[in-house]
Design a protein around this ligand. Sequence first.
Ligand code: HEC
Ligand code: HEC
Length: 425
Amino acid sequence: MLHSRKLQGFAALFFSVILLDSCQKDIADQTQEIESARARTKTSLTAVQQLGKQIFFDARLSEPVGVQACASCHAPQVGFSGFSDIPVGGAAAAQGFKRGFVAGIGEGAPAGAFGRRKPPSAAYATFSPNLSYVAADLQFAGGLFWDGRATGARMGMPAAEQAQGPFLADKEQNHPNPEAVLAKLRNNRAYIALWQAAYGTPDINISTAASIQDSYDKLGYAIAEYEGSAEVNQFSSKWDAYKAGRVTLTAQELEGQRLFLNEGGCRACHNSTGGNKNRPFQAGELFTDFTYHNIGLPFNVNNPGGNAAPDPGLGGFLATAANPQWRTMAAQEMGKFKTPTLRNVGKAQRFMHNGALRTLEEVVHFYNTRDVFGAGINGTPWGTPEYIPTMDRQHVGSLGLTAPQEAAIVAFLRTLDDGYTGVTQ
Ligand code: HEC
Ligand code: HEC
């Protein structure tokens, strides 16, 4: 909220300057651009959100130009996350894509460039608070990325810091520096118009190091504002309709919710009720407490980014953190990853930080039987956990759920997908 007010301040400050400096015709042209941009999207986004949306879906903001947008790896139809498998390089074109996916890992703008993590959902991400160590719970919470490294410390908002990263990452949108990204916006009339509407000035200023930083921060905030909009965070699932008293859940879905809260133990981490693990779910539940755990996943054997060593997760980030106290805590946090929201998880095509699990049925079966000798999928036992020392043995691994109980939990998870259009009562 704080940053919105700050931005409105900017807008008010610059509005008067523009009236003096710009000629009338430019303003008329730009207003028209803004109106047509609004008409295209048919939503009531604010001007800042509109700017962020335009950037989020713009594949021109990659190097090479035209192959990758944020939405390439955070596509609305799969819950603002990534895909499972799409042919890589030129072959992707046959399926209408410019870049591919291998086993849940997205190819970067440079053909054949792969990281080793699966894109988490960009929806509901704006609810994550700044990364902090919660001494009362002896655990870290908040931040963005699987390892929390977008802490929010600099900009007061993890999502705004996160949004600045992909444009510069060589396995993502691959620009050499922020100036190169901003220069593309400066050379585009639609962006100049959107920038003016959002920030009260048509000048996407890159004249000094300080102004580049300021403009790049505005870009980060705009994307975060869009990610925080009701278009992305819809709260429009069947479960939301149920909490609002507009529909009933089936007997299986209700049983799944009960198991999720009780025998399944899922609520211990996928619960945003402020530490009170026994309170029933409230409307607006996010299904994550933003804490970090090692649930003992095996490697994704098809990971195109390789499996040379275990992914260190939160501990890997803490080992390099500026905060000296955090650095001393790195060892105990190795191999831990942020608990993701479960909203829209039924739309996802791959699961977990490394994309190791392929279906929701596999996910629930994994939680239920990780530690059961010989258990696995289709006769193949679960692989050895990626990193054993910090593995959670208290909540997950051997839950004793029956097959119908696993199926009920899956049915419940599928009620969390946005865009429910069923009959209301
Ligand atoms: C090539 C695929 C790719 C592209 C392009 C991409 N992302 Fe991501 N995104 C990822 C991956 C992979 C992660 C997890 C990385 C990690 O944890 O180290 C991620 C993480 C995130 C997260 C953190 C979510 C969470 O819960 O921690 C957000 C938000 C996000 N991306 C938004 C964006 C935005 C905004 C853009 C465009 C500026 C973008 N992404 C471009 C793959 C991509
Ligand atoms: C100890 C905390 C904890 C418990 C208990 C827990 N989870 Fe998770 N969950 C996590 C973490 C952490 C991840 C991400 C792990 C990773 O990628 O390494 C995760 C990931 C998931 C995912 C994948 C989401 C995605 O976007 O990839 C699903 C689905 C899920 N959990 C469902 C459940 C269900 C159902 C239960 C109960 C049977 C459960 N979880 C119990 C912490 C927990």
